[in-house]
Design a protein around this ligand. Structure first.
Ligand SMILES: [Zn+2]
Length: 162
């Protein structure tokens, strides 16, 4: 069981800063591993979570979690590459921007290279919903929020937040 952080919300400065790379040597430390558990516990404490990024708990480091069907997946120092020109538009919400939902255009297919929670290199190709979540989380590490990219607001009745 991890510690539940308070989610940082707009207009907090940590949401607008570029996060720094994690030193790969620190990944194996108990402090870092328990931070990952705390970040996952914090994500799980929210309603309908699809993911969470470290800046959302006030820590400007390049780490995010995506809530996959089989469980949480950790991405450290991710690099993103757009693999298709096709754009998908879907409704997004964010724990750090309470009460706002909107339509955001995103690339349909992306490749992510990152380190996993054990510091091992990994690479995934994601499409559709997973690709959207990855782009939303990656943006958090750059200090970018979905409200910067949304074309219009919606009611957000069935949307997972990230
Ligand atoms: Zn978000």
């Amino acid at each position: 069981m991890g510690k539940i952080y308070k989610i940082v919300t707009v207009p907090a400065k940590t949401l607008r800063q570029r996060s720094v790379e994690v030193d790969p040597k620190s990944i194996g430390t108990p402090e870092f591993q328990s931070f990952l558990d705390d970040l996952i516990a914090t994500m799980d404490s929210q309603s309908s979570p699809a993911g969470i990024a470290a800046p959302q708990v006030g820590r400007n480091e390049r780490i995010f979690i995506v809530n996959e069907r089989w469980g949480p997946k950790v991405f450290i120092n991710p690099e993103i590459e757009v693999l298709s020109e096709a754009i998908v538009e879907s409704e997004e919400g964010c724990f750090s921007v309470p009460g706002v939902w909107g339509i955001v255009p995103r690339a349909k297919k992306v490749r992510l290279k990152a380190l996993d929670r054990h510091g091992r290199k990994m690479e995934i190709v994601a499409r559709a919903f997973e690709a959207i979540v990855l782009q939303h989380e990656f943006d958090h590490l750059e200090g970018v929020l979905f409200i910067d990219k949304m074309t219009h607001t919606t009611k957000g009745e069935n949307t997972k937040s990230v």
